[in-house]
Design a binder for this molecule. Structure first.
Ligand SMILES: [Zn+2]
Ligand SMILES: [Zn+2]
Length: 264
């Protein structure tokens, strides 16, 4: 028998054995839909749930990344959303992996409250793929996670944005600076805030740590969800004031509002 064939069949046997072991060792099931996990992976979410995340479409605002209507102007091409035409944001560009919807809402909760690092690493791989599709527009020198107020971080024990930023920086072979930004004012309960109030509540709520430098560097700012853009905007302002050359916001999820104003 040719060597290649026996190596392949041994490989198949090993995969089958690993999957069988996974059934025994991972009796808890998918953390989103509770279906049994049948593959050997450290990500405690089934293939179906991972495949159900809905990536953003190709036609997005070149600046903030919000999906644009598929019909365009006279030439069929609208490059910027209304907010970016009036330059609302302090970040140069923002991109997200998928719609903040259904299974992804649950996955983000797992990141926020259960510190599931293999899931964060899976998302980091998706974010890196997104950057790989637009290398000219999304180039960066340093990865910085959006920070929590220290009281919040103490309560939670970790920062979910840092969980994403570290494996992302590793993939991109860039330094990660988790302590560059500080949140100087705690976040009020978002559920009690209108969209307007969210903007005013984060304005000036972030600063760079005294003594740190971002001089002339292009920052990749990482967070879990982009809702109004207010948080990324406030962080970007602080980074630009500290000398950052540019800021690109990168989030796993993006909340898309319907024209009637409710979250999608
Ligand atoms: Zn599932
Ligand atoms: Zn835009």
């Amino acid at each position: 028998m040719p060597v290649g064939v026996s190596v392949r069949s041994a490989g198949r046997w090993l995969t089958a054995t690993a999957d069988a072991l996974a059934n025994i060792l991972l009796p808890a099931g998918c953390r989103i839909c509770e279906a049994p996990l049948t593959r050997a992976t450290r990500v405690p979410v089934c293939e179906e749930c991972l495949a159900s995340f809905e990536p953003l479409p190709k036609q997005i605002c070149d600046a903030c990344g919000v999906p644009l209507p598929t019909f365009g102007g006279a030439d069929g091409l609208v490059r910027f959303c209304p907010a970016c035409q009036t330059k609302v944001y302090a970040f140069g560009r923002a991109r997200s992996f998928a719609h903040y919807d259904r299974a992804l809402v649950k996955a983000i909760l797992l990141l926020k409250f259960e510190r599931i690092e293999p899931l964060a690493a899976w998302f980091a791989a998706r974010l890196a793929e997104g950057i790989g599709r637009e290398p000219d527009k999304l180039g960066a020198d340093v990865v910085v996670p959006v920070t929590l107020h220290r009281m919040r971080q103490k309560e939670r024990g970790y920062n979910q944005a840092e969980l994403l930023a570290k494996p992302l920086a590793k993939r991109l072979k860039l330094p990660c600076q988790p302590v560059l930004l500080v949140r100087t004012r705690p976040r009020p309960d978002k559920r009690l805030l209108s969209l307007e109030e969210r903007w005013t509540s984060v304005r000036g709520a972030f600063a760079t740590r005294p003594g740190t430098k971002v001089d002339n560097r292009r920052v990749l700012l990482v967070d879990d969800v982009l809702t109004t853009g207010a948080t990324l905007d406030a962080c970007s302002r602080a980074l630009r004031e500290a000398g950052a050359k540019s800021v690109i916001g990168l989030t796993v999820a993006r909340a898309i509002r319907d024209p009637d104003g409710g979250p999608r």
